[in-house]
Design a protein around this ligand. Sequence first.
Ligand code: SPV
Ligand code: MG
Length: 434
Amino acid sequence: MSKKVYVSLIADLIHAGHINILKEASKLGEVTVGLLTLKACGELNDIPYLDYNQRKEVLENLSMVSTVIPQETASYKENLETLKPDFVVHGDDWLTTNQRKYRDEVVETLKAWGGELMEIPYSHNINDLHIKEQMTKLGITTSARMGRLRKLINAKPVVKILETHNALSGLIAENASEILEDGTVVTFDGMWSSSLTDSTSKGKPDIEAVDTTARLMTINEIFEVTTKPMIYDADTGGKAEHFEFTVRSLERTGVSAVIIEDKTGLKKNSLFGNDVAQTQDSIENFCHKIKVGKSAQISKEFMIIARIESLILEAGMEDALNRAFAYIDAGADGIMIHSRLKDPTEIKEFVSKFREKDSSTPIVVVPTSFNSVTTDEFAKMGVNVVIYANHMLRAAYPGMMKVAKTILKHKRSLEAEPDCMPIKEILELIPGTK
Ligand code: SPV
Ligand code: MG
């Protein structure tokens, strides 16, 4: 009887490196590919462009592959224990990456029935990451960018979004990364077009005074130099008749989601709370606006997310929950629950009560005030999207003001230099400057 061989793959872009591994694997016996599901890919922070069935179809048509089965987690353990393969075949690259823990688990698991791990020398001149980097440099299509947010929400425990108010802050959201203590590389998943920071950076108040055309100009500048998905803060969405057009314009531009808040009249920023006069819309009116938006939408991927201001305006938890379910019934694709308290208790209470009745509708939070909660904690609570809504602009302004005042004080710029980026660095910051 031929030996059983197991190969685990994402197989988004099949290249010579994969073919080499599958060829070697098929020399050992009958190959079963454990194809990572979207959730499993999310655990590895590697979200494929192609969906599961598209990837499966390619693999099933390769002569080296006998069977394709789903691998539901980044860990191989469950599939290995069911299949009990004689061999697992993998590139030797995982010895030095954050996948090392899965490798060690494979070795341990195989011991139970005397299976063997075969490691094939990694093809250094060709790998997915490099190809994906090259593709990212070429940019992204409007529809691929738009659809990406839904994929990320489905795949990842929590989606991290950073505020952007111009192309430069867009580049930060695109490129900023950090290596954590356990070796995991973390990045932001997408961008937030904030009404507060887009207005502020144009020197205007956050009262819907900057019109949609001007807001879209900012987004187009950001989209010229980035590939990540964007969530758009549309304030109240304006009149339902106008919101229809906003939805179409956002879709055409490639924005993934719009958030509208259930306020009416002259909108003021939520972080003022009841310190300024603000009125919440009726459930009926707001549901009508959601319905109009949903029927204006052309693509399947675009999302309309309803933002509930009940906690901001001290209308109570029950009102917030009633509204959430009414807005979902009207067709909202997600809920944003806002709070301006430092203490996250009311947010936690909302999420847990909401999740008792609805386990799947995405929940979005903007933890500007309740900033002690980590993204991991939000994920455990049942939150899907966390938006850091204003930090890039709030970081930039004090730096600029300090330097301006230092120049005034010293009647020259010498003393301001330590607070400025060196000229050589700014010249080389953007590739293609030379
Ligand atoms: C924004 O960023 O403009 C928002 C979030 O709407 S908040 O400022 O918290 O209201
Ligand atoms: Mg806003």
